[in-house]
Design a protein around this ligand. Structure first.
Ligand SMILES: NC(=O)c1ccc[n+]([C@@H]2O[C@H](COP(=O)([O-])OP(=O)(O)OC[C@H]3O[C@@H](n4cnc5c(N)ncnc54)[C@H](O)[C@@H]3O)[C@@H](O)[C@H]2O)c1
Length: 327
């Protein structure tokens, strides 16, 4: 796999998804360079001896220098937090939209053979059909979704204008070890962290009507490698489990895996994200993708990983200016 590529740059490689990707690339015997400003990621997520360039995608000179002589770039760096995007849309847009433009421009100058952009299911906005295919309209409703979509549009223009071989993955709700508890908003690890500390799980919205597509990090990495290896320039792929889970079902899984009764605290005055969300993964399956981690096993492994008193999530879920959030 990835036989054509030797030297690989991973922006955001010290973060949650990026660091697992780095591990996978190293195990394929690749030379990997990480570019990260460590605003959300940590050196501790990286194996010792790896080359880490501490730099910012908002700085064109830094990313251009880092991209030199690489033949594959995974652009993972971003503000990945919706609430941060609501509170500071400029930071979000500069990082995700302008930052992506800078990485594309650096890739062009380096003459890379492939550019993989890690986008997000947030580009779809509120789903209009179930499951969501890649041709679903893109109508984001918070700044984070629009900045990730702006990144996709830049990718498209670099392909059509300069023939930069760009491919795009749209992860759904990713969970697993190494999420930053201060920033991560995906329910699996948030819920588990409260629960393991014997605190009520704070559920934003309606626990029966709100559904999500939770995908384990190992499956997302499997998908990203397949996209890099086999996708054609311009192709876009959902990266999900294809399974729809209500928040009630998630709390039930957590209760049964941990063997501890679950307490819940429902925040019913925030309803913006009470909608169904599930991916159609038939397109990426045609590349050979097969999600392997069930939610029960993923929760089991994460429970072992987090231990008895994991750090409690502190970031609130906010969709509108002035909203109180759930904390
Ligand atoms: N976690 C999810 O559920 C999820 C879902 C869909 C899409 N994504 C996308 O996946 C990517 C990775 O997300 P993650 O969950 O690993 O988040 P993360 O915050 O753990 O990783 C992002 C990394 O980018 C780095 N970074 C941020 N701003 C930077 C900048 N200006 N310059 C250089 N580095 C910078 C951070 O330090 C961090 O290491 C993001 O592009 C995000 O939009 C994540």
């Amino acid at each position: 796999m990835l036989d054509e590529y030797e030297k690989i740059l991973v922006t955001g490689g010290a973060g949650f998804i990026g660091s697992h990707l780095v591990d996978a690339l190293l195990s394929l015997g690749k030379e990997v360079v990480v570019f990260d400003n460590l605003s959300a990621g940590a050196e501790g997520n990286l194996p010792s001896g790896i080359r880490l360039i501490k730099g910012d995608v908002r700085n064109p000179g830094q990313i251009t220098e880092a991209a030199k002589d690489t033949d594959l770039i995974f652009h993972v760096a971003a503000n990945a937090n919706g609430t941060v995007s609501v509170n500071d849309p400029r930071l979000d847009f500069e990082t995700n939209a302008w930052g992506t433009f800078n990485v594309l421009d650096a890739a062009l100058q380096a003459g890379v053979k492939k550019f993989v952009y890690v986008s997000s299911a947030s580009v779809y906005g509120r789903p209009q059909c179930f499951p969501i295919g890649e041709d679903h309209p893109t109508k984001p409703f918070i700044p984070y979704g629009s900045s990730k979509l702006a990144g996709e549009i830049c990718c498209d223009s670099f392909l059509h204008t300069y023939e930069l071989p760009v491919v795009i993955g749209r992860p759904f709700c990713v969970y697993g070890p190494r999420e930053n508890p201060k920033l991560a908003l995906v329910e699996v690890s948030r819920y588990l962290r409260w629960h393991l500390n014997q605190k009520p799980i704070r559920i934003v919205g309606d626990m029966d009507r709100k559904t999500r597509d939770f995908v384990h990090i190992s499956d997302v990495i499997q998908g990203l490698l397949l996209i890099a290896d086999r996708a054609h320039p311009g192709e876009v792929f959902n990266l999900g489990s294809g399974e729809e889970v209500t928040m009630r079902e998630l709390t039930d899984v957590i209760g049964s895996i941990t063997g501890q009764p679950v307490m819940v605290d429902v925040i019913s005055d925030i309803m913006e994200d009470t909608y169904r969300l599930v991916s159609d993964i038939s397109k990426i399956k045609s590349l050979g993708y097969a999600p392997r981690m069930s939610l029960a096993n993923g929760v089991r492994y994460l429970t072992e990983e987090l231990g008895e008193h994991p750090e409690i999530p502190t970031g609130a879920t906010i969709f509108k200016k002035g909203q109180r959030g759930e904390m």
